[in-house]
Design a protein around this ligand. Structure first.
Ligand code: ATP
Ligand code: MG
Length: 403
């Protein structure tokens, strides 16, 4: 057992001392078996939420309806969830309410894929009634029980299957894949927000290329916002090395660019992305259009879009053109480092100082003066030093008057 589990052992042992069952479950057990880094250690228990809260001094009732209580143990929060089944599914979605049960088996049985339905006890022994370990060894994704039933209970699982392909590089087991092909249309019942969560994870996975191929092959893409008409382009996306992109904004920009999306803002809004993210994507696309029309970055254009956006655009551009993004990024960084100023904050003078120098009331002229200074500093006409800029402005003023 490794560190994250050992640190959480106290939670499991305390529950056991009080006569309840408790196990590690879900993604952390799967990732442990795969030797992947583990983030959240989740715990399942036979104790009801009230019982969990009565035992531990520090708890947060985060999702009582679903049986989840966060227990703070040695300063680390753990999600402790009561064994449950999901009762009856309606409208191809997971229900709002769940039924608590006292058996681990039933809790594992309601989970989506066999690799996600393995429990581990406090001695490091696995409880694996659905052969999840074998699926992990064979690197396959297979539903717990009949795929057809499991996907019609909750259609989102079809997207989860494909995003796990992207994250783990596993294959879809044949029956599981066939069931997705047959039932992809049930995804119309799933909210965009839940699709977006899965799609963003899918784009961020090391095997995103295979996942895009599967989105097309299974017809799942037909039920994703703005993608139904993009079959050929989506297939294109399976030929790129996605992991060179390092942020959600870069991935959405790349997607929009390769798919030739016309109305970018409305496409991104359909996915219900945050305004912040939409702005970031638009900035990257704007920067991309600048480099593409001028073939290269000038100091002025770099300054205008800013370092972060320029580097993101360069990463996207390199990937689209099949160039070495690492090298291009280095070259751009060197260019950025050679700029006398990177942002207005780097300017050795502020708007307030300019107002003092001139002894005039503030107004649009201050912004104009700042812009003139920025351009001149960038062009190397004047040094980014307060007294020199002051002298230069004064000279300019008399010069302009004389003309
Ligand atoms: P990660 O957190 O790395 O994205 P995970 O496997 O932990 O992957 P979560 O969404 O955190 O995925 O869910 C935790 C566990 O809950 C899963 O491992 C699975 O056992 C179960 N689970 C999650 N979503 C579903 C679902 N839609 N249907 C059935 N079981 C699910
Ligand atoms: Mg998880």
């Amino acid at each position: 057992m490794n560190e994250p589990f050992r640190r959480a052992l106290g939670v499991i042992r305390t529950l056991k001392q009080h006569g309840y069952e408790a196990y590690f479950v879900g993604g952390s057990v799967r990732d442990y078996l795969l030797n992947r880094p583990i983030d959240d250690v989740d715990i399942a228990t036979s104790a009801l939420p009230d019982e969990v809260m009565a035992i531990f001094p520090k708890t947060i009732p985060v999702g009582l309806k679903h049986g989840t209580v966060v227990v703070l143990h040695d300063g680390v929060p753990y999600e402790v969830t009561t064994f449950r089944t999901e009762g009856t599914y309606e409208n191809y979605r997971r229900p709002e309410s769940v039924t608590f049960v006292r058996s681990l088996y039933q809790d594992l049985e309601r989970r989506d894929f066999t690799m996600n339905a393995i429990a581990m006890d406090d001695m490091g022994q696995f409880i694996d009634p659905f052969d999840g370990q074998m699926a992990i060894e064979k690197r396959i994704i297979r539903t717990v029980g009949a795929a057809e039933d499991r996907f019609s209970e909750d259609a989102l699982r079809m997207m989860r299957a494909i995003r796990f392909v992207s994250q783990l590089g596993f294959q879809l087991e044949e029956e599981t894949k066939q069931a997705i092909i047959e039932q992809a249309s049930l995804l119309t019942h799933i909210s965009v927000e839940r699709k977006t969560v899965e799609f963003e994870k899918l784009m961020a996975g090391p095997f995103a290329a295979s996942a895009f191929s599967l989105l097309v092959e299974t017809n799942v893409f037909l039920y994703l916002p703005g993608l139904a008409e993009k079959r050929e382009w989506l297939q294109q996306l399976s030929t790129y090395e996605w992991p060179v992109l390092t942020s959600a904004a870069e991935r959405w920009s790349f997607l929009v660019y390769v798919l030739n999306i016309e109305h970018v803002a409305s496409f991104l809004r359909q996915w219900k992305l945050s305004n912040r993210l939409i702005k970031d994507v638009q900035a990257i696309l704007h920067a991309l259009s600048i480099v593409r029309s001028f073939a290269d970055w000038t100091k002025e254009r770099l300054y205008e879009v800013g370092a972060a956006v320029a580097l993101s655009a360069e990463a996207v551009r390199s990937l689209v053109n099949g160039e070495n993004g690492e090298e291009n990024g280095q070259a751009l960084r060197a260019k950025l480092a050679s700029l006398p100023i990177q942002t207005r904050q780097d300017l050795a003078v502020t708007g307030k100082e300019i107002i003092d120098w001139y002894g005039r009331k503030g107004g649009p002229w201050v912004e104009e003066t700042l812009q003139k200074l920025e351009q001149s500093v960038l062009a190397g006409i004047v040094e980014n030093e307060k007294e020199r800029m002051k002298a230069w402005l004064k000279w300019n003023q008399t010069h302009e008057k004389n003309c």
